[in-house]
Design a protein around this ligand. Structure first.
Ligand code: ASP
Length: 343
């Protein structure tokens, strides 16, 4: 059915994705989008495979979305929860992880509050010639690849409903507003959006958006020798929301991630909302009607107004949630079938 020549054993960070990788994920996601409407609601593609959800940090959307995606592909699914685990008896996270690997899991989906835990684990697995794939479901500030890809799909599907592809993003101006510094979602989106040729405008106060972000994609992570994308879109920083929204084709706003702030980096939430809140009034600066996205969870009345959240003619937030399932099905499918060519 599907030609898959997928090279990645693990999905850790979108900095390693090529244009072909994005194309493959968008094509496959488009196909899987119809599965919930088929009679059985399932495909047998991952029958007999074991998928483990290992979330050391809380999650509503991502964990349930991965679980549903694995079930839609007929995989067996295990869910680890910190509260009921032996971590409470003093077991180290690595020993917990190795327990699941010893059970023969094929794909280990991991979320951890510390940056690089998924990378270090993948390194360990490769060093010990273990067959398990690691799928990063969010590590610290660093990376959230499945969110970056579902956001990419949501935008590509919005701009080209009949054929979502990397080209759908080419030369589009996407504005990302808010707490960029603490956001792994923003980082993954920067790789994905510029990788598909979109120009990104970042907007926020200096405390949440340091100037260095304009060079973000010029610095592939340490250990990565080259950027697989030749011509990326640009990144510019604007401090004023009015300037940032001018000419935008889509707006993405982010949660203020107070749990990741070392000290109180914001003096007053009302002032923040007045400067950076996405509302029907501030959206007028776009000069045309544009869609609004948010990865959730949302702080109503801070980064986004309740009225925008509830305006289905503007908000793509529900689409992001529903598109998360076929996107994650694609990732699980590709990891399970890498280097296999099916006809
Ligand atoms: N759910 C996203 C994440 O895990 C965004 C957020 O928490 O604000 O990074």
């Amino acid at each position: 059915m599907i030609m898959s020549n997928w090279k990645h054993k693990h999905i850790l960070d979108l900095s390693k994705f090529s244009l072909d990788d994005y194309k493959t994920v968008l094509e496959l996601t488009t196909r899987f989008q119809d599965v919930p409407t088929t009679r059985s609601r399932k495909l047998p593609a991952l029958q007999g495979r074991l998928v483990t959800n290992l979330f050391f940090e809380s999650s509503t959307r991502t964990r349930s979305s991965f679980e549903l995606a694995a079930k839609r592909l007929s995989a067996d699914v295990q869910n680890f929860s910190v509260a009921t685990s032996s971590l409470n008896k003093g077991e180290t996270p690595l020993d917990t992880i190795l327990t699941y690997i010893a059970m023969g899991t094929d794909i280990l989906i991991i979320r951890h509050e510390s940056t690089n835990v998924p990378n270090e684990l993948a390194h360990y697995i490769d060093k010990h010639h273990i067959n398990t794939s690691i799928l990063n479901a969010g590590d610290g500030f660093h990376s959230h690849p499945s969110q970056g890809l579902l956001d990419l799909f949501t935008l590509a599907n919005f701009f080209s409903p009949t054929n979502p592809s990397p080209n759908s993003l080419s030369n589009k101006k996407i504005t990302i507003v808010g707490d960029i510094l603490h956001s792994r979602v923003a980082r993954s989106n920067l790789w994905a959006l510029t990788g598909c040729g979109a120009d990104v405008t970042l907007c926020g106060p200096k405390s949440l958006l340091p100037d260095e972000f304009s060079d973000f994609v010029l610095r592939p992570p340490s250990g990565q020798k080259y950027d697989p994308i030749k011509n990326r879109g640009s990144i510019v920083i604007k401090r004023s929301l009015k300037d940032a929204l001018k000419g935008s084709d889509a707006v993405m706003t982010l949660r203020l991630q107070k749990e990741r702030m070392h000290q109180n980096m914001l003096t007053d939430l009302d002032t923040y909302h007045n400067h950076y809140g996405i509302t029907h009034e501030s959206l007028k600066w776009c000069e045309k009607k544009v869609p609004v996205m948010h990865p959730g969870p949302v702080n109503r009345g801070i980064e986004i107004s309740s009225q925008i959240l509830e305006d289905d003619s503007i908000s793509l937030i529900k689409n992001q949630v529903s598109n998360g399932i076929p996107t994650r099905m694609s990732l699980l499918y590709l990891l399970a079938n890498r280097n296999i060519i099916e006809s």
